[in-house]
Write a new protein. Structure first.
Lengths: 391, 447, 562
């Protein structure tokens, strides 16, 4: 039998609304054990992409496209213009051709010896990429410093000042990284998530409170499921599917939050760890994370998760694709590394003083789902399996 | 109207049409032998055989810009199909279809292409499933000089035609070499060549003829209504015998067969203008090869999965644009990407024009072929295998209706391949693997 | 139960008595057993084209379950509500035979391949390159018995052996030649058409009955949806099927088998028009959850529910319209908004799990609230109370609803965004005020409107365009407030019971009941009611009856010549 979890673990069984949930639980053979049944709404994440808010004049220019990046790299290596033209004649835009590709991949130097630049970005010169100078960025005031804090933004939706999002500053002047709201960031975002979303285990959000139709304190959890997401006829994430929470606590996150006017905001920062996929980012690891989620009239959720992320995480998320991905993404990975390192703004290394984390914010979109805890359904499930196999 | 009455009235019409014709045949004809007006039949006694082709282009089109607004008859060509305006009545558009990944990791560009052409996703990287053209060639291509002909316009010898993981058909990259292969010293004039009947057909004919003898005995058991139903059956049996008789005779002369002039060498490079020029040369040669009965299956790769074409002087490929270029909010499209896609559709227009320019009786080579468009992605921006653009061109010799848009949201792309195979008379009831397996024919386009 | 242990002879005597003295027919001797069947004059034997599933089942039974059947079958037609009756009207067209021929050759080639040969061939040819008439004869006779559902005549067998010989000579390969002859059998009328034969009934002089093999065929196709197995054919050959004991033995054997589920599924797929799923789809922009796999799952959900209620639980047929039990998989769970966890591995097929709605659940209204009804009888992008009501009338009550006249203005009905008429009810009311429409809509709409809580893709809703949906109404004097109460009204409606009995009998016999079967049909209905509306009992009553095999004077060429 399914069992509604006691109130001490309200997040393990989230149902969309009290009406539906009570009915549905009874249908499925759930038994109510808690005298005060909290109301839960659960969702499955449909998109998780860097929160970007590009505006027309937020950059001093654009970082070069792939040919510009390579020509620049070749010049930095001291090759002659004739040599550069000879190499580029063979360059087919994707692999660089054998000879050009080798040169570009190994554009770093250690003791004068060419080495792989993606593995040794600090051994290649900093191409000094352009960064965002505009006033707008989505995110959170992570360090708690006020509006006068330098190098911060204003959030275009809340109009809060002192927003920390140095990741957006670092990446926002690349053509392929720019996204005008409501578009999503393509490289290092939409593209990677779309690629992994049907095969990686689903990400689940559950909001639990006494009465979600009224303002009040709530608990928000992020979990990973045992199943991958399912799609609908529009190729979007399918609503109302049922997911089992992965009992492994590695991807379990709990936020204390408050629901006000249909918006859920964290009241205390917490850590946020979600395992994803090496094709995107192996694991999202945010310190001092905050959330802001909007409960939309159509039943969906959208909002943001922000925090301090190790700056090497987004770097390796793309740099492990090497030259092939560098071409497609139109990002100079060496430049990306240097920029992220320069703009990292928290958690200094005790020895070097170099900040190890960078402030960031991700946009999260989710659709309604049912969530159950596998411990609560083991007996029922095995019974069901037998019944199913008997047919 | 029941199947029986429909059959009966169709036959009456045809008999009427034949009465004043040149040929007198004692028996009714099989539907499949006729083009829509039956005139090719009256002129030659036999319809020309149906053919199949694929035209492949990497990176697909932009979702939302190639789907006609309404289901059913295509009244207005959507923006990205405007280059094909002249073939509005000869194209079918199938929208909303997708490739199901199941539990396979998506291999960017490879997965979509292999699934569209082969009906599913093999565990092996190279695609262990036979591609649709080889399945069809096994059925219709066994008695022609070339089982199939493959060409590639971007200089790469890779075609999406394979019988198995280890048996891929390499593409010809040089139009001049293709000319030599088809129309060089080994060319067989179809109207002069010797004809040897297929022993298998002879054996089938002998078996069928024997069974016709049972008619009287069976009739005795039946009431009058059922006797007329059995009569229908034996009429159908005679039609089948007659079909075999025709197959045992020298095939219809290919009056439209002419040997083209020797081809230019072509440039076979990844510059899109060069590929377009090679595509024109190839298409002309292949159209003539079909008209001359040298093959019944053709495969054209305009550009490979992943899209490596670029403009002259620029190292930035079509592929890079898809990933790097932001959507222009004013038009909702990636501008450079849309430009490349327009070039691809113009090239496809060249191919269709080449096929349509060879007249055969009242129709054209395009009318008796059915071409399937193949690509690797429904939205190249992030390698999506959803909303795959799926098209067919040509009516397979009257076996398929054309000029129709079929919304098939969420269905597997395998439905298009299955429909084509069934239209061409392959005995298949389903095609594909796992979630890409389907038994749902697209009945809207079946003639 | 009924019909057991009663000597056949005695029954015949009584029947003669019935003819003469109908009013005093109920002899005291018969009162000791359950109600007895009245006289039936039977109908003409029918000739039915095999339905695709029957074809597939036969091939799997004879040649192996892994034989691939490639190709498209000729479209079937529905007559008197059933494809099984339409099968008695259709023939084979030229293009259809070309398909049957291609399918048949594909099957025959697989049947003789090295993997399957042993199952098919009782002998090994003397040479694989030359004809072997004796071996071909033995093998063709054996396969032919099952394919034709009777032994081949000498002429038929000679013809097929000669055909194999000729083909072998041309091809120089015994198995290829044999396969062509076997393929010919698979596209022959003897195989494709179930041709019933009658014979004079020695127990009932002057009257006719089906011959033994035709009896076996009716039993097997009705109960298992496939051709008779060896034991049943032997019972036909020995004449055992003409004895009460022999018939009971075979009927009980077939009914006790798990394969009876195939027969039950086949009947309900036909009756409920599930063939329409093949060409059915929903507007993805409006109903994104209704994917192609949901379409296939909808049909399976209902069939599983039917099998559970009727066979597993041996329940009342009418409970199908009120039952709270069903089966769901995760996908259908999302369609209905019910949590159904996936309990199989990622990538493995989704499980079906039993599911029971609670008593007060507004969705707990039997199979009519399944997607297989609410979605099937809707438009792609909106519901249609009229289509749903019409389907209940026609499919479940066997009533005829006239088609709308040709020149009706439908604009208001179709405009689901109409600012004034927000619900289907108000739109239909605006439309049905036209006098020419009112009459029919009164017949269909009230039932359909009670189902408006289910959108065109079976999703549950309580409002439409912000307005609360009113699901109250009445039919034939019975009032209901919602779909659950409608289910009860349908459950209690006598037309629903009568309709089922009519459909089942027509399905089994391949034709509508004849006038001369009137009393028998009354008896069948009353027996069904007396036995608690148990479907297996209804099947048993039919297959163990005399009436089912009774044949009216046949009208063959031979008969006419006499």
């Amino acid at each position: 039998m399914f069992r509604l979890s006691p109130a001490s673990r309200p997040h393990v069984l989230g149902l969309r609304s009290l009406n539906v949930s009570v009915m549905a639980m009874a249908l499925a053979g759930f038994t109510l054990q808690s005298s005060v049944a909290a109301e839960s709404k659960s969702f499955v994440v449909s998109w998780f992409t860097p929160a970007s808010y590009s505006t027309d004049d937020d950059c001093p220019g654009r970082n070069p496209s792939i040919d510009g990046i390579y020509r620049h790299a070749i010049k930095q290596m001291g090759l002659s213009p004739d040599e550069e033209e000879r190499l580029f004649e063979k360059f087919d835009g994707t692999t660089g051709g054998d000879e050009a590709g080798e040169i570009i991949i190994n554009r770093a130097r250690i003791n004068g010896v060419p080495v792989n630049a993606y593995a040794n970005p600090m051994a290649a010169p900093d191409p000094n990429m352009l960064t965002v100078t505009g006033p707008w960025a989505i995110g959170f005031n992570l360090d708690g410093k006020g509006a006068d804090d330098p190098n911060t933004f204003e959030d275009p939706f809340t109009h809060e000042h002192g927003i920390d999002n140095e990741f957006f500053r670092a990446m926002g002047c690349h053509t392929g990284q720019r996204a005008y709201w409501p578009h999503r960031v393509l490289q290092g975002g939409e593209y990677q998530w779309d690629t992994i979303r049907l095969t990686q285990p689903a990400w689940l959000i559950t909001i639990t409170g006494e009465d979600l139709s009224r303002d009040g304190d709530v608990i928000v959890t992020f979990d990973r499921a045992l199943e991958s997401t399912k799609w609908d006829a529009q190729s979007n994430t399918r609503a109302d599917m049922t997911y089992r929470i992965d009992p492994n606590p590695r991807s379990r996150n709990v936020f204390k939050a408050r629901l006000e006017g249909g918006v859920v905001k964290s009241t205390e920062s917490a850590s946020f760890n979600m395992v994803a996929d090496p094709y995107y980012i192996q694991e999202f690891r945010f310190r001092d994370a905050q959330i802001r989620l909007n409960l939309l009239p159509d039943g969906n959720v959208d909002g943001f998760v922000g925090g301090y992320q190790p700056f090497v995480d987004p770097y390796w998320g793309v740099a492990n694709g090497g030259l092939a991905l560098e071409c497609c993404a139109g990002i100079d990975f060496v430049g990306m590394y240097h920029t992220l390192r320069k703009l990292a703004d928290a958690y200094p290394d005790p020895k070097t003083g170099q900040n190890t984390h960078i402030s960031t914010a991700y946009r999260v979109e989710a659709v309604p789902a049912f969530v159950v805890h596998p411990e609560d359904m083991t007996a029922q499930a095995s019974g069901n399996t037998q019944a199913a196999q008997a047919r | 109207m029941s199947a029986i009455t429909r059959m009966a009235s169709r036959r009456r019409v045809l008999k009427g049409a034949l009465n004043g014709g040149v040929v007198t045949l004692g028996l009714p004809f099989l539907n499949g032998f006729l083009n829509e007006n039956g005139t090719a039949l009256a002129a030659t006694g036999q319809a020309l055989p149906s053919c199949f082709g694929t035209w492949f282009q990497g990176l697909g089109l932009s979702p939302g810009f190639w789907e006609p607004k309404e289901a059913g008859v295509i009244r207005e060509m959507p923006m990205q199909l405007k280059p094909l305006e002249a073939f509005k009545d000869k194209i079918n558009v199938y929208s909303g279809m997708r490739v199901f990944l199941d539990s396979h990791p998506p291999k960017v560009h490879a997965t979509g292409a292999i699934a569209v052409m082969g009906g599913g996703i093999p565990d092996d990287d190279n695609g262990a499933f036979p591609s649709i053209d080889t399945l069809i060639a096994d059925h219709i291509g066994t008695r022609t000089r070339f089982r199939s002909l493959e060409v590639s316009c971007n200089g790469q010898r890779f075609a999406y035609s394979r019988k198995s993981a280890s048996a891929a058909n390499p593409a010809e990259t040089s139009p001049m070499a293709l000319y030599q292969r088809i129309f060089g010293p080994d060319f067989q004039d179809p109207n002069a060549a010797d004809f040897t009947p297929d022993p298998k057909t002879m054996a089938r004919k002998s078996v069928l003829s024997a069974f016709g003898e049972e008619r009287q005995g069976l009739m005795r058991e039946l009431g009058s209504e059922d006797r007329s139903r059995l009569d229908e059956y034996f009429t159908a049996l005679r039609e089948l015998e007659n079909q075999l008789n025709l197959e045992l005779q020298r095939p219809a002369p290919l009056d439209a067969c002419t040997v083209p002039e020797n081809s230019e060498e072509g440039t076979h490079s990844m510059v899109i203008d060069h590929a377009a020029a090679d595509n024109r040369l190839f298409s002309k040669l292949l159209a003539h090869a079909l008209a001359c009965g040298q093959t019944r299956v053709i495969n054209i790769v305009f550009d490979s999965a992943g899209g490596n074409l670029r403009t002259a002087g620029s190292p930035v490929t079509f592929h890079i644009h898809t990933h790097e270029e932001p959507v222009d909010p004013a038009i909702g499209l990636q501008r450079q990407v849309a430009w490349f896609q327009e070039q691809c559709m113009m090239a496809l227009n060249d191919t269709l024009t080449a096929l349509d320019s060879i007249r055969e009786g009242d129709g054209t080579v395009l009318d008796r072929i059915v071409m399937m468009y193949g690509t690797d992605t429904g939205f190249a921006k992030f390698h999506s295998v959803e909303n795959m653009p799926m098209f067919t061109y040509g009516g397979a010799g009257g076996r398929m209706k054309t000029g129709i848009h079929v919304p098939a949201n969420g269905d597997t792309t395998s439905r298009v391949g299955l429909t084509i195979m069934q239209a061409l008379g392959l005995p298949v009831s389903r095609w594909g693997t796992e979630s890409n397996d389907t038994s749902r024919t697209i009945t809207e386009v079946m003639a | 139960m009924i019909n057991f242990g009663r000597p056949r002879r005695q029954r015949t005597t009584r029947r003669v008595a019935l003819c003469a003295f109908a009013a005093t027919a109920m002899l005291a001797a018969d009162m000791s057993i359950a109600a007895d069947e009245p006289l039936s004059s039977g109908g003409e034997p029918v000739v039915r084209r095999l339905l695709p599933d029957q074809y597939r089942n036969i091939v799997a039974d004879i040649f192996g379950t892994d034989i691939e059947i490639g190709g498209r079958f000729e479209p079937d037609i529905r007559e008197d509500g059933l494809l099984a009756v339409g099968a008695s009207r259709v023939s084979v067209t030229g293009s259809g035979l070309a398909q049957y021929d291609a399918i048949a050759r594909g099957i025959a080639e697989q049947a003789v391949d090295e993997k399957h040969r042993a199952l098919l061939m009782p002998c090994v040819p003397a040479s694989v390159n030359a004809p072997d008439e004796e071996c071909a004869r033995t093998a063709l006779a054996r396969a032919g018995l099952h394919l034709y559902r009777r032994p081949l005549t000498d002429e038929e067998l000679d013809l097929r052996v000669n055909a194999a010989t000729e083909a072998t000579k041309i091809l120089g390969d015994f198995y290829q030649g044999f396969a062509l002859s076997l393929g010919g059998m698979l596209s022959s009328p003897q195989f494709l058409f179930r041709t019933e034969r009658s014979e004079p009934d020695p127990d009932y002089p002057g009257h006719h009955r089906l011959d033994g093999y035709s009896k076996a065929e009716r039993l097997s196709f009705f109960l298992w949806n496939t051709s008779p197995d060896t034991e049943l054919l032997e019972a036909a050959a020995s004449g055992a099927l003409h004895t009460e004991k022999g018939l009971l033995k075979q009927a009980n054997r077939l009914l006790a088998s798990s394969r009876v589920e195939d027969g039950v599924r086949a009947f309900f797929e036909d009756m409920l028009h599930f063939d329409r799923f093949a060409t059915f789809s929903k507007d993805a922009a409006i109903y994104p959850k209704f994917t192609n796999d949901a379409t296939e799952a909808s049909r399976e959900q209902t069939l599983r529910t039917i099998v559970e209620v009727l066979l597993t639980d041996k329940g009342d047929y009418r409970d199908l319209f009120t039952t709270r039990k069903t089966f769901l998989n995760p996908l259908m769970g999302s369609v209905y908004g019910v949590p159904v966890p996936k309990i199989t591995a990622n990538g493995a097929p989704d499980p079906w799990v039993p599911h029971t709605y609670p008593a007060d659940d507004p969705r707990a209204a039997g199979i009519l609230m399944h997607a297989s009804f609410t979605a099937l009888h809707s438009h792609p992008g909106r519901t249609s109370p009229t289509l749903r009501g019409k389907a209940i009338r026609e499919i479940l009550m066997c009533q005829h609803v006239p088609d709308p006249p040709g020149d009706v203005e439908f604009t208001v009905v179709q405009d689901t965004e109409n600012p004034v008429y927000k619900t289907a009810r108000t739109r239909l009311e605006a439309h049905a005020t036209e006098p020419m429409c009112t009459g029919c809509h009164k017949i269909t709409d009230p039932m359909g409107l009670a189902m408006e809580n289910f959108d065109a893709a079976a999703g549950f809703r309580t409002t439409e365009n912000g307005e609360v949906i009113d699901t109250s109404g009445s039919i034939d004097g019975k009032v209901f407030n919602n779909a659950v109460e409608l289910g009860q009204v349908i459950h209690d409606h006598p037309a629903v019971t009568n309709c089922l009995v009519n459909r089942v009998y027509a399905y089994a016999a391949g034709r509508e009941p004849t006038k001369g079967e009137g009393e028998w049909m009354k008896y069948l209905k009353s027996t069904f009611v007396e036995n608690g509306h148990r479907y297996p009992d209804l099947m048993r009553t039919i297959v163990t009856s005399d009436a089912f095999y009774r044949v009216a004077e046949p009208q063959t060429q031979d008969a006419r010549a006499k």
